[in-house]
Design a protein around this ligand. Structure first.
Ligand code: SAH
Ligand code: SF4
Ligand code: F3S
Length: 481
């Protein structure tokens, strides 16, 4: 690979480092160079986002920038002038999907040499992936990372006007950049970043390297954003961070998530959610605030990862299985109607059958309403990737299957308890499968399909539950006169 002088390439060693350098709140960093103004007139962009909500939210920022440059968005990649893949690196299969998609897109690039093919997001932060792209996927025109989205106008202009590929990925996080354009993809529910990055360094996880150190936005900026969303008619906000419990620590010297939640609740927006909260550092004050405000939803995603204390230690999770159960019990005591989901990894290096069984026992204990379950995937640069692993892949697959069956059983059992109950549902619109039926989410984050004469998107209606499946509830709207 010939490395071009002007390329800024990602560097794993840099990404692993943490510095004490102060993070600034930048309010005027975004600019559109004169020559880039209107560079998208009569042109279309296609944006595909993989991965978590943080990436979704970044996608909205990129769309906002592209619209400001004059582009319109298309859902059809065949007619696009610019294609951007906003990627995820959390597991190998996430990456494989993107590489497969790139293979498919090569044809469009051959048919239309003016097409700009861009790749950004967490894969762009990986040294090895960018090397691979530069060597084997030479038709990718533009690569940029998670820390320089605000640079999109200049980078795109460069890609559109030159014959050279453009690569700019910062390994070290930048400042907190405010005042970026945004094109929200929904009208009712919005994502609101409260912090970026992660400093937990769980031993299997690549996120601290792709997203940099924890950087909080100010309480005032977040509350103002929620107030604006409320004025625009949004009904629900989800406060986003890789670990929201840590909110404020970097900026204020102390954790302030409970205070932030309280202030967001007091804006009066109908529904407040948050994700993700690490079980470590989930304070009693946080639980109390969730319990206190009716508009903070009784739903907590509480990733356990494993039910075995020794495994948790090797994973770097900083809590024991007993700590987790204690927290779980405390939340249930204070918020009896609280619904829980979780994340679980099976087949971590050298996981024994007994350790796996402890995970099953944890599922028996918590009877989660939902669990996202994964086979461990080694990630370059993480400590776990260097561990020898004596667990054959077939064993991991079997464990996943056993776990999934258990999870589905409890999900169904939990859902059956709602039959005959009335839930408040925020209407998303007609259901995907049947336009005579509406769908939406209840306060407990249950997907509810229901019959009604007529309801509008964004209405909050009362639905009596008549049927329970593992992952959805069915019901009918009740009318009170
Ligand atoms: N910040 C969030 C998680 C983000 S990643 C949290 O800590 O809860 C989402 C989930 O992906 C993790 O909870 C974990 O279960 C899973 N995950 C992360 N790295 C993984 C890996 N290397 N292999 C398999 N699953 C992984
Ligand atoms: Fe990854 Fe752990 Fe950070 Fe979550 S808390 S993003 S699992 S390092
Ligand atoms: Fe994936 Fe990056 Fe999110 S790795 S899960 S898109 S932070």
């Amino acid at each position: 690979m010939n490395t071009k002088k002007e390329w800024v390439l990602p560097n794993l060693k840099e990404a692993q480092k943490r510095t004490k350098q102060q993070v600034l709140i930048q309010r005027a960093l975004f600019e559109v160079p004169e020559a880039a103004r209107n560079c998208g007139l009569n042109k279309k962009f296609y944006l595909r986002t993989y991965g978590c909500q943080a990436n979704e939210r970044d996608g909205e920022t990129m769309a906002g920038i592209l619209v400001q440059l004059g582009f319109t968005q298309t859902e059809d990649e065949e007619e696009a002038d610019v294609i951007i893949l906003n990627t995820c690196a959390v597991r190998k299969n996430a990456e494989d999907k993107v590489l497969g998609e790139l293979g498919q897109l090569k044809r469009l690039k051959v048919e239309n040499p003016n097409l700009i093919l861009g790749l950004c997001g967490c894969m762009a932060q990986e040294e090895e992936i960018v090397k691979l792209l530069l060597e084997k996927y030479r038709y990718v025109d533009l690569i940029f990372g998670t820390h320089n989205i605000h640079r999109l106008p200049s980078l795109l202009l460069q890609a559109m006007s030159g014959k050279e590929r453009v690569v700019e990925v910062y390994s070290k996080e930048g400042d907190v950049v405010e005042n970026l354009p945004t094109k929200r993809f929904g009208k009712i529910k919005a994502w609101v970043n409260i912090m970026y990055g992660c400093d937990k360094f769980c031993t299997y996880c690549i996120v601290p390297y792709t997203r940099g150190k924890e950087r909080s936005r100010t309480i005032e900026d977040i509350v103002q954003e929620v107030e604006e969303l409320k004025e625009q008619g949004f009904k629900e906000v989800t406060l986003l961070g890789q670990n929201v419990n840590a909110y404020g620590k970097d900026l204020y010297g102390e954790r302030k998530f409970a205070e932030l939640m309280r202030k967001v609740a007091l804006t009066g927006i109908e529904r407040v959610r948050f994700t993700t909260s690490h079980p470590w550092d989930f304070t009693e004050e946080m639980v109390d605030v969730i319990a206190e405000y009716d508009n903070i939803m009784p739903f907590i995603h509480l990733p356990v990862q494993s039910g075995n204390t020794e495994m948790l230690k090797i994973m770097g999770r900083r809590y024991t299985s007993e700590d987790y159960k204690k927290l779980f019990d405390y939340i249930v005591k204070k918020i009896p109607n609280c619904v829980f989901s979780t994340d679980i990894i099976v087949g971590f290096p050298n996981e024994t059958e007994e350790q796996f069984e402890d995970t099953l026992k944890m599922v028996d204990y918590c009877k989660y309403d939902n669990a996202y379950t994964f086979i461990y995937s080694p990630r370059e640069g993480t400590p776990a990737a260097k561990m020898e692993d004596n667990v054959p892949f077939e064993v991991k697959q079997r464990r996943l299957q056993i776990l999934n069956e258990k999870v589905a059983g409890y999900a169904h059992e939990r859902n059956e308890k709602y039959i005959g109950k009335i839930l408040k549902v925020l209407v998303d619109g007609p259901s995907k499968k049947n336009d005579q039926v509406y769908s939406g989410y209840s306060e407990e984050n249950k997907l509810v399909n229901f019959t009604a004469d007529h309801v509008e998107c964004g209405d909050i209606v009362e639905v009596e539950i008549t049927e329970a499946r593992s992952w959805t509830l069915n019901g009918k709207k009740i009318d009170r006169n």
